[in-house]
Design a protein around this ligand. Sequence first.
Ligand SMILES: C[S@@+](CC[C@H](N)C(=O)[O-])C[C@H]1O[C@@H](n2cnc3c(N)ncnc32)[C@H](O)[C@@H]1O
Length: 415
Amino acid sequence: MEQTLKIDMLGHQGDGIAHNDSGAVYVPFSLAGETVVTIGEGAKPELLRVEEASPDRIDAFCRHFTTCGSCQLQHFDHDAYLAWKTDILKTTFKLAGITHEIEPIRHYGRANRRRAVFTGVRTQAGILLGFSERATNNIVGVKECPILLPEIEAVMPYVRDISVIFAPRQGSIRVTVLACENGIDLSIEITKEKNQKSDLTAIRKAIAHASMDHFIRLSVDGETVLEKERPIIKAGIANVAPAPDVFVQASKEAEQDMADLVTKHLKSCKRVVDLYSGIGPFALRLAQKSEVIASEFSQSALDALDRAWRDTGGKLKKITVERRDLTRRPFAFQELKYIDGAVFDPPRAGAEIQCEHIAKSRVKKVAAVSCDPKTLARDLNILIKGGFEIKSITPIDQFAYTHHLETVVLLQRKK
Ligand SMILES: C[S@@+](CC[C@H](N)C(=O)[O-])C[C@H]1O[C@@H](n2cnc3c(N)ncnc32)[C@H](O)[C@@H]1O
């Protein structure tokens, strides 16, 4: 069914929102004020054509835009896009009663993603390697991806050569490419039956393949099978070698910016907890001035952090790592007795119970880093109720051209 719709506004998920007799209709790739023709039933039809375009409509810079499910907003004028993203934060916070001024959003240009996760399936011609197609389980074979670092784009033919060796006849593989300081790290995960081991013949073939010259490490199903050099991610003066399966911030510039905000705010603190620390981009920088307890769920992330700290040979203050599921076992306020600063950077669900303990503790300064404005607002309100006030709110456009938004909020206990 075709219908003509007037787009009232751009929603927080990046779809234009119109209204018809049945209620709200979400139209991808449309902009506020546009008249569009859609095709399909229900609340989520497809955009067929734009009848009256918004003055903010521009040409997308990637040929896969609208089929590939990764980017949603390349058709939006740059300044208008940044204003819309900032407004997501403003309105979410306002709804939660937080009206503090918001700093200008930080944006890092197009080609800055250092980590890409592709899906691969075997085809008659070899392998189809790309991102998920929007709204389907199909894969869009990626010929170019201008949001990735050029060094990742440059190795894509070699990524394909190695990936095809592992692609099963049925099922798919997950291929992670990480641009490190000293080269490209390649990690492949194969979907398979439980207890089925990775194919040793395939591993040998991959290791011997000429295309492996373009990678410093190859890991298969979480196990490193070839390491020519330890991959290095810099965190201040420390060099971290991340395990193949751990979280790494998607953009080096965004990570540096967030870390600068966090370290500047907590610089006067003697003892800091870094909660949901990952491989330690905050802890390893904070330890130039403060003793740090870094805690997180992933043992391999903590091992990488700990080794990076030891490798600095005493140049940093003490970092103690402690593995915890912080949802089940947050740092209780009694444990925070000698801690004066805290940073937390949880997954989307946020750090609700942990914040209740920080609120009750004697912690004086907090840096909250989050990828979900809604749960962040909830967590901030817990801290505010507990006696903290907001000093600054900085939106970070780490995932450019998507609706995802990172935020750093700095808080201080009221005197
Ligand atoms: C958004 S990442 C941030 C990591 C790190 N701060 C960084 O900047 O690289 C969230 C981290 O929380 C960890 N995590 C997820 N759930 C957790 C839980 N329940 N308890 C502790 N850590 C958890 C993940 O392993 C991941 O490293």
